[in-house]
Design a protein around this ligand. Structure first.
Ligand SMILES: O=P(O)(O)OC[C@H]1O[C@H](OP(=O)(O)OP(=O)(O)O)[C@H](O)[C@@H]1O
Length: 178
């Protein structure tokens, strides 16, 4: 089984404990995970574009959905939470109900708290702490690297204001209000 399928299978285990009608991947890195989850489970999937399509359909969401469906968001990494937050805003503005996200790695830099404050509970396969522990126990990283990563997590935290700043820097635009 490919790594992508293995990860998607584990994400599906998290998803099985969360009520949902439809899946949506956060562009772009999480889209393959959401696609494999959708095909494996038979749950419909929609896709959020990074930018609204400026011609033809002019949509931000692609796929078939109905208002008031419960949408589970799929993300690969949460750092500040800005990307996930923007996806949630787009989904909610189209009438979908979003209360949860499943993610591969929660980096423990404040993003999950910001999402929680916006009504989104994040369930992750790994936090940075347990990923570092797994790699250290497997002899794949040194104690020095463990320290460097731990210091970075402690020193580089995001609150609601930093989420907006980081998102603007990365995407040259602002996060819509959720
Ligand atoms: O929580 P955040 O601070 O938003 O950071 C996490 C996001 O960053 C990466 O995406 P990126 O914006 O690099 O785009 P990509 O998925 O298209 O590579 C990653 O795939 C997450 O979506």
């Amino acid at each position: 089984m490919s790594k992508r399928n293995t990860i998607s299978k584990q994400l599906l285990k998290l998803a099985s404990e969360i009520e949902h009608d439809i899946l949506c991947g956060v562009p772009y890195a999480a889209l393959p995970f959401a696609a494999v989850m959708s095909v494996t489970s038979g749950t419909p999937m929609i896709m959020k574009r990074k930018e609204t399509k400026m011609y033809a359909t002019k949509k931000i969401l692609e796929g078939v959905f109905e208002k008031n469906q419960i949408c589970l968001v799929v993300e690969d990494v949460v750092t500040s939470g800005g990307s996930l937050l923007e996806a949630v805003a787009a989904l909610r503005s189209e009438g979908l109900v979003v209360n949860h996200a499943v993610v591969v790695l929660e980096r423990q830099q404040g993003g999950a708290d910001v999402l929680n404050a916006n009504g989104v509970e994040v369930k992750s396969l790994f936090t940075m702490t347990n990923l570092v522990e797994i790699l250290r126990n497997a002899g794949r990283i040194s104690e020095e690297t463990v320290e460097i990563v731990s210091d970075h997590i402690r020193e580089c935290q995001f609150g609601p204001n930093e989420v907006l700043e980081r998102y603007n820097e990365k995407n040259d635009r602002s996060v819509p209000a959720v």
